[in-house]
Write a protein that binds this ligand. Structure first.
Ligand code: 7PM
Length: 259
């Protein structure tokens, strides 16, 4: 899954129309690089960030979905807002990546009625404050318990198992030690019988391990992606599509697990 941020901080010095245009160009490049799925996001969920208003998020995201809907690969939209989910699905999106795991009022119904895929991600707290001293008694069991509970909530709303993907949410209300514990236990998340997705690409845990800044974390990201795949993770949310794709092709071939 290639990451396409439709945010002015990703495409600086642009006007609001140009932001979507640049994102479309970038998305096409990621498809050429071998992405199997794209994640389009108009609201930055980085730690410490504040919300984008609804109109602005729609203005950013919808033109990108419309431009890409006739492409060869499915489009996911990274949003927590039910209105954006609904409009995105109408515009041709086939998956919603919700860092809030469908806890917004009305979100469950939209996914149940549309039949699109959804990623349920674990996040402790809200983006603005989630990295202020997150605490867990046992991070692995707490995250597993939350995802199990959200799977059940989704099922009870009429969402079918084949629509679901789960994600432990690396960096979302987690310290380095929490992230490491979760990564080492990733194999446990495959027992829910829904595909597991992870986003570790360029994240601060890799910066802490390597000492590298955010633009120098490609090798670290590839290594983590391959190890996640070895632990049974099916969807890798990444910035470096070409490098990750190549690494996974080699991993699958050498692991005799070619699909
Ligand atoms: C700054 C810090 C900017 C972190 C952006 C981020 C995930 C996600 C993100 C994830 C799922 C990033 C994150 N991370 N959705 N959205 N899983 N499902 O690295 O790990 O892109 S935002």
């Amino acid at each position: 899954m290639g990451i396409v941020n439709v945010t002015p901080d990703s495409f600086s010095d642009q006007g609001c129309h140009a932001v979507s245009e640049k994102a479309i160009e970038y998305a096409i490049k990621l498809i050429e690089d071998g992405a199997d799925l794209l994640d389009i996001g108009g609201e930055s969920s980085r730690p410490g960030s504040t919300c984008v208003n609804l109109e602005e998020e729609l203005r950013r995201v919808i033109p990108v979905i419309e431009a890409l809907k006739s492409s060869t690969i499915p489009i996911s939209v990274d949003t927590t807002k039910p209105e954006v989910m609904q409009a995105s699905i109408q515009a041709g999106a086939s998956m919603i990546n919700d860092i809030n795991a469908l806890r917004s009022e009305g979100a469950l119904k939209i996914i149940a009625e549309s039949g699109v895929m959804v990623c349920l991600m674990h996040m402790k707290g809200m983006p603005k404050t989630m990295q202020d001293n997150p605490l867990y008694a046992d991070v692995v069991s707490e995250v597993k318990c939350f995802l199990q509970q959200q799977i059940r909530v989704a099922q009870d709303s009429g969402i079918t198992d084949d629509q679901l993907v789960i994600d432990p949410g690396f960096g979302f209300g987690k310290t380095l030690q929490h992230n490491l514990a979760l990564f080492r236990s990733l194999d446990q998340f495959t027992t829910f019988n829904v595909p597991v997705m992870v986003g570790i690409s360029r994240k601060s845990m890799l910066g802490t391990i390597t000492g590298n800044g955010v633009n120098h974390r490609t090798y670290a990201s590839i290594t983590a992606a391959v190890l996640a795949a070895a632990k049974g993770v099916k969807i890798l949310r990444v910035h470096d599509v070409k490098a990750t794709k190549e690494a996974i092709l080699v991993f699958n071939a050498l692991n005799q697990d070619i699909k």
